[in-house]
Ligand binder design. Structure first.
Ligand code: AMP
Ligand code: ZN
Length: 117
């Protein structure tokens, strides 16, 4: 796993080369608003280091994978959507519609969400 991929749009956001509306950042994770929100709150939690997708994440990435979920919960709480509830989504591969090959957790909330499927 290389730390960054110069051709990756989310690596370029992490590096500040592409603008984003940053919500949270620490040494392992960045959260920014999705450019095409599907709900009043739609944020993306991404690892600072380039990980292509969940299915390619080696065992050594388990701590950062867990960190992404905890950060998702933290920003949801900070945004005030915890009590009403929200949804986390990781799209894996074509059938899920994964567009960006840099692992990301969608945090979606602020309205009643439909059933999955
Ligand atoms: P996915 O289908 O899971 O790969 O989701 C990729 C998400 O990235 C989509 O919801 C896009 O709207 C979002 N996205 C793509 N480019 C940007 C960008 N420059 N800034 C913020 N969000 C983006
Ligand atoms: Zn990347």
């Amino acid at each position: 796993m290389s730390n960054t991929d110069p051709g990756c749009i989310f690596c370029r956001i992490v590096a500040g080369q592409i603008p984003s509306t940053q919500v949270y950042r620490d040494d392992r994770a960045l959260v920014f608003n999705d450019i095409h929100p599907v709900a009043p709150f739609h944020m993306l939690v991404v690892p600072i280091k380039h990980i292509t997708f969940l299915a390619a994440a080696p065992e050594a990435t388990e701590p950062v994978l867990g960190h992404l979920l905890r950060v998702a919960a933290t920003v949801a709480s900070q945004k005030g959507i915890e009590a009403a509830g929200y949804r986390l989504v990781v799209n894996q591969g074509p059938n899920a519609g994964q567009e960006v090959d840099h692992l990301h957790v969608h945090v979606i909330g602020g309205r009643r969400l439909g059933r999955l499927g």
